[in-house]
Design a protein around this ligand. Structure first.
Ligand code: PMP
Ligand code: GLN
Length: 381
């Protein structure tokens, strides 16, 4: 069997969700909202399911969704994209990541990754035969060290894989950081694979800037979005990739052997969803920011050191002095078994030598659920 897949544990998200269920814990581990996304989008999917067609859609995605993705690129970022040749629909951002990595990375190519990293990145790069080169952002502000990033690039660099806004750190990369990444891509003629699934979950006047919009990046960047995140429908697994035609061609070849296509009724509903007006997108981030504030205030009052959170669904916290255990894994075990609250150890987002002092709580939950989790923590601590 393939050591890339046999040597590793089940994902931390699945593991924690199973433990949460087994212990009747409030699940603030795996990132998913506990209220389904807009009813009109779900109605659009239900209508399309009944009316059909329900047969294989085109491999690149139904034309209306590719058109809607192109429109969204123009509307939110001023990017001009050809829906025929520069957009592809996938079964979730996870599939998009696999397609992009398999298509753009050849054995022996180096891929620069920013750590902490989303859990599928390392296995996918390794499966492609790529050599991961990891650079860290460091708490509490998760800032990117320019010298470390420069040192990670070389003539062997084929691509950088960047998650912005970033899970689990809730960081939005600054303009300066993005310009540094772009300048290194230009200098070393590297591709950028941008995981931007949290593009619309950005708070407090922060703005998401796709790396693709920077000088010289349009022709070397692919950017990935997820309807799961944008519409609070994580189980749908509808993603989309935007990139220059020359890169989309091999990416589509990878896609044809991974899933080939994505259920048509979901694609139709996502096309409808992407065209929702600004009040939807503004409301989404405002609601989440209020939940972040609710949970951050509660955790801080209990003695957690809550790190800044400018985006995503996640709060990372230190737990020193709370008696939860020495490491983040111990702390999460204690919390799920004894306090009845599931969180995720941040060390799971590292390839090796992880810091062990941080845990991640997911806050895209109903207020009553957040309050229940805080009450359980308060009773336990
Ligand atoms: N990238 C990041 C950074 C994520 O957090 C997630 C999961 N939520 C994904 C990709 C996967 O998205 P999807 O569910 O659309 O496959
Ligand atoms: N992205 C989600 C998280 O970070 C998990 C998705 C999954 O379970 N694969 O929690």
């Amino acid at each position: 069997t393939n050591p890339v897949f046999t040597g590793i544990a089940t994902t931390v998200f699945e593991t924690m969700s199973r433990l949460a269920m087994a212990h009747g814990a409030v699940n603030l581990g795996q990132g998913f909202p506990d209220v389904d996304g807009p009813v009109d989008i779900r109605q659009a999917a239900a209508d399309a399911l009944l009316q059909g067609p329900n047969q294989y859609p085109p491999m690149l995605g139904i034309p209306d969704l590719r058109q809607a993705v192109a429109e969204a690129n123009r509307r939110f970022y001023g990017l001009e994209v050809d829906p025929q040749t520069e957009v592809m629909v996938t079964s979730g951002a996870t599939e998009a990541l696999a397609d992009c990595i398999f298509a753009l990375v050849s054995p022996g190519d180096e891929v620069v990754l920013i750590e902490p990293l989303y859990d599928c990145y390392l296995p996918l790069v390794k499966q492609a035969g790529g050599i991961p080169v990891r650079v860290r952002v460091t708490p509490p502000n998760w800032s990117l060290d320019a010298e470390a990033l420069k040192a990670a690039f070389s003539d062997k660099t084929k691509a950088v894989l960047i998650n912005n806004p970033m899970n689990p750190t809730a960081k939005v990369f600054s303009d300066e950081e993005l310009e540094l990444v772009a300048s290194l891509c230009r200098q070393y003629d590297a591709y950028a694979i941008c995981d931007e699934v949290y593009e619309h979950l950005v708070f407090d006047g922060h703005r998401h800037t796709p790396l693709m919009t920077l000088d010289g990046m349009r022709e070397r960047t692919v950017r990935i979005g997820s309807a799961g995140k944008t519409f609070s429908l994580t189980g749908w697994k509808v993603g989309y990739v935007t990139g220059p035609a020359a890169l989309m061609d091999p990416i589509a070849k990878a896609h044809q052997w991974v899933t080939f296509t994505t259920p048509p009724h979901l694609q139709m509903a996502v096309a409808y969803g992407l065209r929702k007006d600004d009040s939807y997108y503004d409301g989404l981030s405002q609601d989440l920011a209020a939940k972040r504030d609710r949970m951050a205030a509660g955790l801080a009052a209990l003695g957690f050191s809550v790190l800044p959170c400018n985006a995503t669904y996640f709060l990372t916290c230190g737990f020193e002095g709370l008696g939860l255990g020495r490491t983040d894994v111990e702390a999460c075990e204690t919390l799920v078994t004894a306090a009845g609250v599931a969180a995720v150890p941040v060390s799971a987002f590292y390839g090796s030598d992880a810091p062990e002092g941080y845990i991640r709580f997911c806050f895209c939950k109903q207020d009553a659920v957040i309050d229940e989790a805080l009450a359980r923590l308060s009773a336990f601590l």
